[in-house]
Design a protein around this ligand. Structure first.
Ligand code: GTP
Ligand code: MG
Length: 202
């Protein structure tokens, strides 16, 4: 309920950042959405905020190439990150944004939690574990979110949850609860809103 009220407020795009020097002032709590290219980060922000087209989503891996900041009420930034792994963009550009992504994940004081999105069809991959290891090192608590669960059967979902659970045991910064979502169908969105609301009360 409280999560619903938080997300009933209007979400606004603040800015897209291409260098650490461009980050907005660290004056409120931040929650970021990370994950492989095309996993559904931007779509999840749109589902959470109930604002289609707020974050630009597309079927081209590498759509989000900047760190995009959105406000949700006066006290929260939702941060849409570029993906890692394969991207349909020139290599020097990809390398630049990958560097920025790593700097952001290691050096943002107000980052309260990183959601690490994992495609329910694919499970956690070595590149996901690399990001998790980075978050361990920088002591940023992260939580896994399975995406696109509308695309798989319940039995397969159970298997991928077990696989991700196994991976999380190796990562001290991991928050154990895995969130199961579909931005398409709306599954898990209310749960995620409540988690984010809870994080703001800590
Ligand atoms: P990059 O910015 O390129 O890293 O991608 P992203 O992680 O932001 O993914 P994005 O939200 O752009 O979504 C990628 C594709 O997956 C789009 O075609 C979305 O419509 C689709 N998609 C995202 N979430 C879901 C979902 O829950 N279910 C289904 N069926 N498709 C989804
Ligand atoms: Mg995106």
């Amino acid at each position: 309920e409280a999560g619903r009220l938080l997300f009933a407020r209007e979400s606004l795009f603040v800015k897209g950042v291409v260098a650490m020097s461009g980050l907005p002032p660290a004056d409120r709590i931040e929650i970021c959405f990370s994950g492989r290219s095309n996993v559904g980060k931007s779509s999840l922000i749109n589902a959470l905020t109930g604002t289609k087209g707020l974050a630009r989503a597309s079927n081209t891996p590498g759509r989000t190439q900047e760190i995009n900041f959105f406000t949700q009420g006066p006290d929260l930034y939702l941060v849409d990150l570029p993906g890692y792994g394969y991207a349909n963009a020139p290599l020097p550009v990809v390398e630049k944004w990958q560097r920025l992504l790593k700097q952001y994940l290691s050096g943002r004081q107000t980052l309260r939690r990183a959601f690490v999105l994992i495609d329910a069809r694919h499970g956690a991959k070595p590149v996901d574990e690399e990001i998790m290891t980075r978050l361990d090192s920088s002591a940023v608590t992260f939580q896994c979110v399975l995406t696109k669960t509308d695309k798989i059967k319940a039995a397969d979902l159970d298997k991928v949850v077990e696989q991700v659970r196994g991976v999380l045991t190796k990562h001290p910064a991991a928050y154990p609860e895995i969130v199961v979502t579909s931005s398409e169908k709306g599954d898990g969105i209310a749960t995620l809103r409540a988690i984010i609301y809870g994080l703001m009360q800590e």
